[in-house]
Each structure stands twice: as C-alpha cells, then as structure tokens.
Write a protein that binds this ligand. Structure first.
Ligand SMILES: *[C@@H]1O[C@H](CO)[C@@H](O)[C@H](O)[C@H]1NC(C)=O
Ligand SMILES: *[C@@H]1O[C@H](CO)[C@@H](O)[C@H](O)[C@H]1NC(C)=O
Ligand SMILES: *[C@@H]1O[C@H](CO)[C@@H](O)[C@H](O)[C@H]1NC(C)=O
Ligand SMILES: *[C@@H]1O[C@H](CO)[C@@H](O)[C@H](O)[C@H]1NC(C)=O
Ligand SMILES: *[C@@H]1O[C@H](CO)[C@@H](O)[C@H](O)[C@H]1NC(C)=O
Ligand SMILES: *[C@@H]1O[C@H](CO)[C@@H](O)[C@H](O)[C@H]1NC(C)=O
Ligand SMILES: *[C@@H]1O[C@H](CO)[C@@H](O)[C@H](O)[C@H]1NC(C)=O
Ligand SMILES: *[C@@H]1O[C@H](CO)[C@@H](O)[C@H](O)[C@H]1NC(C)=O
Ligand SMILES: *[C@@H]1O[C@H](CO)[C@@H](O)[C@H](O)[C@H]1NC(C)=O
Length: 396
C-alpha cells in the first residue's frame, strides 16, 4: 500500500519535471559600466531553465563589419579574466575583469542555452542560444592638479587645498571632499565645477591626514592631498601600579598623520637629563611591542628599588617627534596583602566586640527572667498542675 503510494508520487514528480522542461530565460542581465584604467569590472548573469542552462561569455570588439568575437574563459586576457559560475537550481555566472586596459573597451555578451543540440555544429541553428549584452568602456585617468600636493610646513597653521579637473570631456555632476576616507560634512558643491577648494582652519593632529577631492563624473574620479604634522603621543595612563615580582605594562598611543615610524622608550633618572634608553629584548626584563599607533613596554619581574620611577615613550615620524611620561609604582608583596589583612583585622575586632557584648549581656538577661517565672518554677518543681493553676488564679 505504502510502496504503491510512493510509486505514484514518484511518477507524478517525474511527469511534472518532464512537463516543466523550460527553455532558458534571463533573470539577471549584465549591466553596462564605465571604468578607469586598472579598475575592475564585474558582470553578472543569471539564467533559469530546465535542464539548467549552460552560460558562456563572449567579447565583441570593434564595429559591425569588422568586429571580432571571442569567447572568454577563466584565465583569458593574460589571466585578467575570472569566471565564477554555479549551476544549482539555476545558472549564475559572474565575469570578473581585473586591471582593465583601454583595449578591454567593448561589448560583453552573456549567452545561455539548455538546448541539447546547442554545441552541435552540424544541425542547423534554431533558437539555440539566448544573448544579453553590456558595454564596458575604459577611460584614461583624467588629470587632476592638486595644490598644494602636500602640506608639511611646521610653521603653517592653516591651509587651502584645491583640485582642478583639467580634462573637461567629463560631465561633473557634483563634488565632495573626504578626510581619511570619511566624507567631510557640507563639502559638497554644485554641479559643473572643475575647480574646488577646501579650507583647513587649524592644522593639528586632528585635522592632519589624507584629504581627497572627488568629482562625480562617470566614472567617479579623485585626487589626494596629504596634510602632515609631527605625531601626538600620549600615555594611556600616567601612573601605573604593580606588585613586586609581578609584570607591568606601560602603554602610549599616537594620533595624527603620519603615525610614528619609530617608537623608543627611556627610563628617566632623578635628574631631568638622566635618560637611559630601553632596548628591546637585550635583557629578559624588557619587551617592547609597537604598532604605528601604539607602543607597549613590558617590565617583568618587578623590583621595588630598580624599576620604580618615571618612564618615557617617544614616537617619531618624518615631521618630528613627541613624547609622554608614565610613573611606575611598585608595591611590596606585603603591601599587596595590607587590604586583606585590614579586612581580617576588622572581622576579628568585630567578632571580639560581639563576643564581649554577649558575655556582658548574659547576667542581665538572667536577672530579667527572675521576675516572670523561673523562681516559681524552681520552688514549685514538685507541685502538680492543678496547684499551679490555682496559684496563678490567686495571683491574679
Ligand atoms: C565565487 O562565487 C562564490 C559564491 O557566490 C563566492 O563565495 C566566491 O567568493 C566567488 N569567487 C570570486 C573569485 O568572486
Ligand atoms: C596591470 O597591468 C599593467 C600593464 O598593463 C601592469 O604593468 C601592472 O603590473 C598590472 N597590475 C596588476 C595589479 O596586475
Ligand atoms: C591594445 O591593443 C593593441 C593592438 O591590438 C596593442 O598594440 C596594445 O599593446 C594593447 N594595449 C594593451 C594595454 O594591452
Ligand atoms: C580627456 O579625457 C578623454 C576621455 O577620457 C581622453 O580621450 C583625453 O585624452 C583626455 N585629455 C587629456 C588632456 O587628458
Ligand atoms: C619656521 O619658523 C622659524 C622661525 O620663524 C624659522 O626659523 C624656520 O625656518 C621655519 N621653518 C620652516 C620649515 O619654514
Ligand atoms: C585649472 O586648470 C586649467 C588647465 O591647466 C587652467 O586653464 C585653469 O586656469 C585652472 N583653474 C584654476 C582655477 O586654477
Ligand atoms: C581614488 O582614485 C584612485 C585612482 O586615482 C583609485 O585607485 C581609488 O580607488 C579612488 N578612491 C575611491 C574611494 O574611489
Ligand atoms: C621585541 O622583541 C620581541 C621578542 O624578541 C618581539 O616579538 C617584538 O616584536 C620586538 N619589538 C620591537 C618593537 O622590536
Ligand atoms: C590603531 O590602529 C588599528 C588598526 O590599524 C585600530 O584598530 C586601532 O583602533 C587603532 N588604535 C588607536 C588607539 O587609534
């Protein structure tokens, strides 16, 4: 019975699949795009059909009478072509062109078919392949002149940055500036401007960085201007406490542009000019770990006398250097115990007080009870209940 039902379902399913045999149809077609030399382009194509169609990519170069048509495979065009295809439920294929050259300008065609005869050259062509085309146009980088090219005068307190898009064959739909990749608020300007300016009122480590002007052309183009300042260096904490025989970590961070290319640490003596460089790894005691924006000095196996004191971190970039100081305090191991001992002492005192209080209180309590009933109980221990009741009534 069950097997029969299963058979029927299977037959229905197969029948449905056969009935649903579909010729290929696009559900996503590649889009035309404009690019600059060395950019990448990605073209997507998705096709449904039953059976799942095969997808191919073709490149058509030149005009109608003398056009050349070549099929693109993974690794074509000096390995700049990647084809990423999946054939699950339906066919998806992505053509990725990297490091574009002017020669890549042309028509890219996505072809799909699930006709069993699709690749048979002898049978006359029916509607074997369906096609969808997109244009890719590659432009040379336009010339954008920037002024200044770099701001690196330490005496300069403000600056006016400017960009001039000298190639006016592009249509400019708008402009904006960015600072370290973030769009600067209210830096957008009206369409059709080929010359734009941005004013930096105060040059400091906040305003330093990489500025870029963007022209909203097709494709969008940009140019960058660097604003450099000596680094800002600051201790993460100006005072660090650690225990004897333990390890201390002193940290300094840096902001600004460019970030330090060199970090160094010093141990300062009693006098201002007494400054001993700490070299990484020379002794087991010190270890320095640095990234451009952060440096950490590990002082191991702390000694109260030798390691306590002032330390200095110094960051240096091409514009100059800056430093900050950290005080390291080393507590004796016993000192670390003090808070604990304090608590223990407190508890002991508390217990003692309670104990003494209880002891003192005891005689009072006994005398309190004397009036109420312990005396009669004692004296009438031998008398029966009846007598007790009578006596109590009497007392009332
Ligand atoms: C290929 O496609 C898969 C799935 O869509 C994706 O995970 C993978 O990153 C793609 N590879 C490339 C080179 O784009
Ligand atoms: C891009 O192609 C140019 C030559 O056309 C070559 O010099 C350059 O190294 C390539 N760049 C990459 C990232 O492959
Ligand atoms: C572009 O094609 C021309 C002619 O086919 C060739 O001489 C030239 O080297 C190619 N340029 C690049 C960047 O591939
Ligand atoms: C301006 O741009 C066009 C299109 O990209 C290009 O053909 C032309 O050579 C460029 N001219 C200059 C002076 O850069
Ligand atoms: C900055 O100003 C000082 C004093 O005015 C001068 O001596 C120095 O040369 C200036 N530095 C630069 C880079 O212009
Ligand atoms: C922008 O550059 C062009 C071409 O070099 C020049 O003629 C024009 O005067 C420049 N514009 C400004 C505002 O400097
Ligand atoms: C700015 O232009 C350069 C080429 O000049 C390009 O490599 C870069 O991706 C552009 N930046 C952005 C954010 O588009
Ligand atoms: C210091 O030495 C350690 C271990 O030898 C190493 O991992 C670390 O990168 C070094 N740091 C610097 C700033 O050279
Ligand atoms: C330092 O740079 C890293 C990435 O390079 C970033 O994740 C981190 O937040 C930065 N730290 C500081 C203190 O700026």
């Amino acid at each position: 019975m069950r097997r029969k039902l299963f058979g029927v379902i299977l037959a229905v399913c197969i029948g449905w699949f056969q009935a649903e045999a579909l010729t290929a149809g696009f559900i996503k077609s590649p889009l035309s795009q404009m690019k600059l030399i060395e950019d990448s382009a990605e073209l997507d194509c998705e096709v449904i059909g039953n059976p799942i169609p095969e997808v191919q990519w073709w490149f058509i170069e030149g005009e109608e009478p003398i056009e050349t048509v070549t099929q693109l495979f993974d690794g074509a065009k000096e390995d700049r072509v990647r084809i990423n295809a999946t054939y699950i439920n339906h066919a998806t294929s992505t053509l990725i062109l990297t490091n574009l050259t002017l020669n890549d300008t042309g028509v890219y065609e996505c072809r799909a078919s699930n006709d069993p005869d699709r690749n048979d050259l002898r049978t006359p062509p029916k509607v074997k392949w369906i096609r969808s085309q997109a244009n890719v146009i590659v432009f040379e980088h336009p010339v954008i002149t920037t002024k200044p090219e770099v701001v690196s005068d330490q005496n300069q307190t403000s600056a006016t940055l400017s960009c001039n898009l000298t190639n006016t064959t592009f249509l400019v739909k708008g402009n904006y500036w960015t600072h370290n990749g973030k769009t600067i608020e209210k830096s957008e300007s009206t369409p059709g401007k080929y010359f734009i300016e941005h004013i930096i009122k105060k040059i400091d480590y906040h305003s330093a960085g990489i500025y870029a002007c963007f022209f909203q052309t097709e494709p969008e183009v940009n140019a960058t201007i660097e604003v450099k300042v000596p680094p800002y260096v600051g201790a993460y904490k100006h005072s660090e406490n650690a225990n004897e025989n333990d390890k201390a970590v002193l940290t300094c961070v840096s902001h600004g542009y460019p970030l330090p290319t060199d970090w160094s640490w010093y141990k300062l003596g009693e006098n201002e000019d007494e400054k001993v460089p700490i070299v990484n790894g020379t002794v087991d005691k010190y270890e320095i770990k640095s990234t451009p924006n952060k440096t950490m000095l590990y002082v191991k196996d702390l000694d109260i006398n030798a390691d306590m004191g002032m330390y200095q971190c110094q960051g240096t970039n091409e514009m100059g250097s800056a430093s900050d100081q950290i005080q390291l305090r080393v507590r004796s191991q016993l000192a670390a115990l003090w808070p604990f001992l304090g608590i223990v002492a407190e508890v002991i005192i508390l217990i003692t007080i309670i104990f003494i209080y209880e002891k003192r209180r005891k005689p009072d309590e006994i005398s309190d009870d004397d009036d109420s009933g312990s005396a009669p109980l004692k004296s009438n221990a031998a008398t029966n209940h009846k007598d007790k009741n009578v006596r109590q009534r009497n007392s009332n």
